[in-house]
Design a protein around this ligand. Structure first.
Ligand code: FES
Ligand code: FE2
Length: 411
């Protein structure tokens, strides 16, 4: 298995040749899933340039609360500072580069590097460094900052110098999403499904429901997305009137590369009907938790939200399932799932964790298996990129943003 997280980026000519070898409407060539060098580019030129959903404000209730978000070669400290603001810092010591923080989450007064004890404030500035001699100015050696953006409680981080304008994207959906009160959620459960495959195969799998009918028996009993759009027109009408009764706008959005270039942010918000008898993504169709936010009733709907291809949520009327596909090596990806319920819902009283997580747990086990064997096949020297189905339009949208961004490196 190729497992070197430090693949050095290729020279521009070679990268350009590989990018140009992709045929529109077809899957990507093998290198995109197997080369350490492309993986290096992915981290440096894609993940480090885009906004990444890293968590929720409910994880940082107090001053000094922090958590780490790690991907590829990178680690970001997300912390609430003494003034109550949320900051994000590159977890690399400005002395000799050690990780400064190694705990996953917690509460701290300062961040103290485990190597030579340089100590940083909660806002990233360097507070103390021993024996550095005259002429050393602490002000020059604060932790490098990442940009932070909070949309209705969801925290995004971007390490680019000039990040894409995410606010102009989220402002388009603000009023549509507002009734769900995503800012008033709590985490009911988090799980991680490591899969020995390149992160692009994991995202591609999420971007299409062509595989749902053959691969996801449980999901396909309740979710109409497994069928082509033409088969659910009647259900769509019923769902729209149920959503209106619930007090939610039925607006949908599909904007590829919104507000690009240089880096576009894909925005996607669409709602799919559940089959009759299903109020939410539960085994028996019954509600799993109290209605979210300002909703007045259940609507038998599942809402797909994507703010940038790598940040995904599935919003039901009573819970939200967040999805991340975090690269950890060329062929290692951590599929991270977060289940949210209303912040005042009590476990065991208002919701049962096992019932709440059942569907996306079994579905993710299926996905882990199909993504793993997908990578095994793609690793074959006999692999040839095949044509995409009409039901795989989401993969084309991913390719267009990803390839455009990679091509910019070569210019
Ligand atoms: S590497 Fe952090 S104090 Fe030396
Ligand atoms: Fe799936």
């Amino acid at each position: 298995m190729l497992n070197n997280p430090n693949g050095q980026p290729l020279n521009n000519n070679t990268l350009r040749q590989i990018l140009d070898s992709h045929d529109d409407g077809y899957v990507l060539p093998r290198e995109f899933y197997a080369s350490d060098e492309i993986y290096g580019h992915d981290i440096k030129s894609y993940w480090n340039q885009n906004w990444i959903w890293v968590g929720h404000v409910c994880q940082l209730p107090e001053k000094g609360d922090f958590f780490l978000f790690n991907y590829g070669t990178e680690s970001i400290i997300v912390a609430r500072d003494r003034e109550g603001g949320i900051g994000a810092f590159i977890n690399v010591c400005r002395h000799r580069g050690s990780r400064v923080c190694v705990e996953k989450s917690g509460n701290k007064k300062v961040f103290s590097c485990p190597y030579h004890a340089w100590t940083y404030e909660l806002n990233g500035s360097l507070r103390a460094a021993r024996e550095m001699g005259e002429g050393f100015d602490r002000k020059d050696f604060g932790l490098l900052k990442a940009h932070v953006f909070v949309f209705q409680g969801m925290i995004f981080v971007c390490t680019a110098e000039a990040p894409p304008n995410i606010q102009s994207v989220t402002s388009q959906i603000e009023s549509t999403i507002a009734p769900y009160r995503l800012d008033r959620l709590k985490i009911a459960h988090e799980a991680s499904y490591p899969v020995p495959a390149n992160w692009k195969l994991a995202i591609e799998n999420y971007m299409e429901c062509y595989h749902c009918a053959p691969a996801h028996l449980e999901y396909s009993k309740s979710h109409s997305l497994k069928d082509p759009a033409s088969m659910r027109e009647g259900l769509m009408e019923d769902m729209h009137s149920a959503l209106e009764k619930a007090g939610v706008s039925t607006a949908s959005f599909a904007v590829n590369g919104a507000v690009g270039p240089p880096v576009g942010i894909d925005l996607y918000l669409e709602t799919y009907p559940l089959f009759p008898g299903y109020q939410t993504g539960s085994k028996n169709g019954e509600p799993l938790a109290p209605l979210l936010g300002d909703l007045k009733s259940f609507a038998g709907a599942a809402r797909d939200l994507q703010i940038g291809i790598i940040n995904n949520w599935l919003i039901y009327c009573d819970h939200v399932v967040g999805y991340r596909f975090v690269p950890t090596a060329t062929q290692e990806t951590d599929i991270q799932i977060v289940w949210y319920v209303r912040d005042d819902a009590g476990e065991g009283k208002d919701y049962q964790k096992d019932d709440l997580t059942w569907l996306w747990h079994v579905t993710s086990l299926d996905d882990e298996r199909i993504i793993r064997v997908n990578q095994e096949g793609v690793n074959s020297y006999h692999y040839k990129p095949g044509p995409l189905s009409d039901m795989e339009w989401g993969i084309r949208a991913f390719y267009s943003g990803y390839l455009n961004q990679m091509k910019q490196i070569c210019e």
